[in-house]
Design a protein. Sequence first.
Length: 134
Amino acid sequence: MGNKTFLYIGAALLILIGICLFVYGILSVIGSTASAGNSSWLGFGIVFALTGAAFLGSGIFLIVRSQAKGQAGGGGDNITYKIDLPSQTKVEQLKCSSCGGGLKAENVKMIAGAPTVECPFCGTTYQLTEEPKW
C-alpha cells in the first residue's frame, strides 16, 4: 500500500472519531441547557464539540493535502528525457546485440541512470553503450 492509502485511512479514522466527539459534545450541550438538565456537563460538552471539530478539520486537511500532493508531484516515476540531436542525425533501427531482433522504444528503460534494454525475443537484458563517433 502506498503513502496515499495510509493518508486516506488516517483521514477516515480522524473524521469518524471527530464526528462521534462532535455529536456527543453537541448533545451534551443541548442536554445540559435543557430546563431539567444538569448544567455541570456544559463545559465538558463544549470541550468534546471543539475536540470533535478539530479531529474533523484534521481529517479533511489530510484528504486535501494528499490530493494536492498527488497533483503537484505527479505521484509517479515517469521521467521524460528530451534529446537534442544535430540536424544531420540518421536514426537507425535498434537491434538486440544477442539475437538481432528489432527493438522498440518501450524495450528501453532507465535503470540506475543508465539506458537498459530487455529484448522481448530472447529475454537478454543489457546496458546500451554509445560507440565513439570517430
